[in-house]
Design a protein around this ligand. Structure first.
Ligand code: AMP
Length: 181
């Protein structure tokens, strides 16, 4: 079996034009997740800078960030914290508004999910405008977390999300860049 090059890691992602609405190129990672070697390679490459360093918890953003973040947490021997859409978590929560393309929404985390000073890595499948990840960083920092980095398999570079996070002093790691929306 030949190992993946970074070029064919990108090939493991399926692009669906005009989903969920006209003009959007939806970057579907289910094809990457379904490919054992591509999935392992993506997780190995995401965690590589933190191999051997002490990360307390990985925070994953609903829903695809749970899949990627769960695997990252396991690989780093860290705990996992779900950041969910409002109204989904059963215990007492803290909430943060975040910007969507049109309007805004709110995300939540359990109030006791993180202790002050814990070292956290934020994970999602993809960063676009960065509005979602920015909200998550604010939520985590409000709880006293040290956000060591944010990791994404895909970066839609033209939309500037990674730069937005770096401007908040969050190191950003991405594996594959696509142009356009
Ligand atoms: P944003 O807040 O603009 O950075 O959007 C990031 C969130 O929206 C992530 O949870 C992504 O899964 C999802 N998302 C945004 N644009 C796309 C796209 N073109 N393809 C797939 N998922 C996307």
């Amino acid at each position: 079996m030949t190992p993946f090059s970074s070029t064919n890691l990108a090939d493991a992602i399926r692009t669906i034009p005009d989903y969920p609405k006209p003009g959007i190129l939806f970057r579907d990672i289910t094809t990457l997740l379904g490919d054992a070697r591509a999935f392992r390679r993506a997780i190995d490459e995401l965690v590589q800078p933190w191999a051997g360093s002490k990360i307390d918890k990985v925070a994953g953003i609903e829903a695809r960030g749970f899949i990627v973040g769960g695997a990252v947490a396991h690989q780093l021997s860290a705990g996992f914290v779900p950041i969910r859409k409002k109204g989904k978590l059963p215990h007492q929560t803290v909430r943060m508004a975040y910007a969507l393309e049109y309007g805004e929404d709110e995300m939540e985390m359990h109030v006791d999910a993180i202790s002050p000073g814990e070292r956290i890595i934020l994970v999602d499948d993809l960063i676009a405008t960065g509005g979602t990840a920015e909200g998550a960083v604010k939520l985590l920092r409000n709880m006293g977390a040290k956000v060591e980095a944010a990791c994404f398999i895909v970066d839609l570079t033209d939309l500037g999300g990674a730069e937005k996070l770096r401007a908040m002093d969050v190191p950003v790691r991405t594996l594959i860049s696509f142009e356009g929306h």
